[in-house]
Design a protein around this ligand. Sequence first.
Ligand code: ZN
Length: 142
Amino acid sequence: MDNLRTPPRPLPQPDALTQPFWDAAGKGRLVVQRCGGCGYYNHPPQPLCDRCSSRDLKFQPVSGRGMVYSFTVMRQRNVAGFEGEVPYVNLLVELEEQPLLFMISWLPGGATEGLAIGQLVSVSFERTEEGMALPQFRPVVD
Ligand SMILES: [Zn+2]
């Protein structure tokens, strides 16, 4: 199986709703859609605020800091484009700006040593060969 060619990792497909998020990432900035009516952060971007249904939504910079809310180690080769990456870690990150404001990230190499729920993380941007910048969260090292 290791000698079989695997498909490339899938890339995000920006649309009108998510393009500002990807544009900011390309400049090394993490932004989240925020409601002008109630202040709630919505992620992924929504056409209406999840809390108050307002359409007054704008992207605002956030700190890029958060904590590991949960994680899982992927050991099976059943996700297209990631067959050659196992083991790796899927991270569910809660941003510090708002409870339950989540982003998904991954850690290559199954690096679980010292990783724990509640671990502080910060964003960095992974540049792809195709020119995209993917926000990824990495543990904060003291
Ligand atoms: Zn709102």
